[in-house]
Design a protein around this ligand. Structure first.
Ligand SMILES: Cc1cc2nc3c(=O)[nH]c(=O)nc-3n(C[C@H](O)[C@H](O)[C@H](O)COP(=O)(O)O)c2cc1C
Length: 218
């Protein structure tokens, strides 16, 4: 974190607590509210405000969590990209229920999201893949994400193999085993920390195709 980022963080610290909560009516759209909070997080100087924890469950009901980056969001849902052979993807193939969690500490805010996933269309994944830098594209080919490494050198050798293999091509091909998951939410909760510890919790639940909202005790 450089000095300017540190200063921005300091200036933002606690602002969430001080700022009034938006007026919530039955018309309030949770995506619009998410967009406002995400913008606040981006302006706050926090490193990687787009990082989020995602939790999946295996066939024994054992949950597991890991961080990923939010790359797109709109009324259709929240998108992250990964290897389709990874542990998270295997678990999502068997159970498409997922939860996401954002924590923007200097704003004292968290957002909890629950929903179901589907794969993004191949064209969308391809477009995003080719927007990444070359090193990341090679990395996607080289990593058998979540598989056990056999030797220390295996990963470097695989990276070199794909570098050589694609060296003469104008564009690195898109790997079919890599792409996006779109999370279609049915529950979104906005948590705002308060100095009194009487924190605010505003919840949006999708009922029969439309969103209703209510508040919870902290
Ligand atoms: C800040 C942060 C962002 C990350 N972003 C991604 C991501 O966008 N996609 C991804 O596949 N892994 C990402 N990772 C790595 C994952 O946390 C995880 O180690 C990896 O996806 C393998 O998880 P799995 O074995 O549970 O499938 C990120 C890690 C961190 C700490």
């Amino acid at each position: 974190m450089n000095v300017i980022e540190k200063l921005r963080c300091l200036l933002t610290f606690g602002q969430g607590v001080a700022l009034p909560l938006p007026n919530i009516s039955s018309e309030t759209d949770p995506f619009t509210l998410f967009e406002q909070w995400f913008d606040d997080a981006k302006k706050s100087g926090i490193l990687l405000p787009e990082s989020m924890s995602i939790s999946t469950c295996n066939d024994k009901g054992q949950p597991s969590s890991r961080m990923v980056l939010l790359k797109e969001f709109n009324q259709e849902g929240f998108v992250f990209y990964t290897n389709y052979g990874s542990r998270k993807s295997q678990e999502l193939e068997n159970n498409n229920k997922i939860s996401l969690l954002f924590h923007w500490n200097v704003l004292q805010r968290q957002v909890r999201i629950e929903g179901e996933v589907c794969k993004t269309p191949v064209e969308q994944s391809k477009k995003y893949f080719h927007s990444r830098d070359q090193g990341s594209q090679i990395g996607a080919w080289a990593s058998k994400q979540s598989s056990q490494l056999t030797t220390e050198k295996e990963l470097q050798q695989r990276e070199q193999y794909y570098k050589d293999k694609f060296a003469t091509l104008e564009q690195i091909p898109y790997p079919e085993f890599w792409g996006g998951w779109q999370v279609k939410p049915n529950y979104i909760e906005f948590w705002q920390g308060r100095a009194s510890r009487l924190h605010d919790r505003i919840c949006f639940k999708k009922q029969d195709g439309s969103w209703e909202n209510f508040k919870l005790h902290p």
